[in-house]
Design a protein around this ligand. Sequence first.
Ligand code: SF4
Length: 313
Amino acid sequence: MDELVFGPVPSRRLGRSIGVNNIPHKVCSYSCAYCQVGKGGRIQVERQEFYKPDTLIREVEQKLKLIKPSDYPDYITIVPDGEPTLDINLGTLIAKLKNLGVPVAVITNSSMLYRDDVKKDLALADYVSLKVDTVNPSVWKRINKPHKQLSLDKTLCAIVEFAQAYSGEYVTETMLVKDMNTLESELTAVAQFLQQVRPNIAYLSIPTRPPAYKGTFPPSEEMLLKAHELFSWHCLNVEYLTAYEGNTFAATGRFEDDLLGITAVHPMRLDAVRELMAKTSAAESTLNGLMATNRVKQITYEGQVFVVRSFDK
Ligand code: SF4
């Protein structure tokens, strides 16, 4: 039996979060090349009941009772090992979870948003994360391996409609996979689409754990930097959502921690890194040490030198 409720776990996006698994393992409308839940499972687009909402609510209530006040969660996040909107009871679940006094977040692959009942259910959440890996149908088939009844056009239209009507906080997440969706023309098209949708934050992520399919690799640091710059040029509030969770925003006054924290979210221009060194009285040798141990890299892009996090450990 899957663990239905887990955590609290630290999440950079959502602070401390309790996770709710409202879908059995890998029941999804996609079978993404980079899926970290593994291969197989069931690909479906029919909504159905998997667990009674009251069963899930009871488990969350029990979990909350055991949590010390200092560890109380900032969010209850519906983030199963599958697609949460396949749950026909999602709206009821969100409404009942909200009665517990903790904001509710849902992380979805967006593919079911074309349905009015799914839009209505998600509208109840306080925070929604929408997946937008590509706006190109052939890339979509390769990277997200959707159920054959799904249509990318419908999904993209539904995202625009949802974004216009939704009153909560919504973000987008774009997973970058080497040689799949990292061409400049691809990234520009995604950025142009997101410009229309205006998410609070457009996250860029990369596969970090072993993916479902062989031949699925993260892009280079150069490519990640390029994607960040391209999205920024389109006036998006863009952040990396990489494996480096935790200690990312608090300025500690220690150069090494602050540099690693900031570059987990954004590339940093070398002149800004030097300012940080001056502020924290750090020596050049500390930066050199981080580069020598491959924790950060220097990359020149469009005539500017940037310091970025290094992923090839
Ligand atoms: S949407 Fe999420 S759970 Fe579904 S296949 Fe893609 S990565 Fe895996």
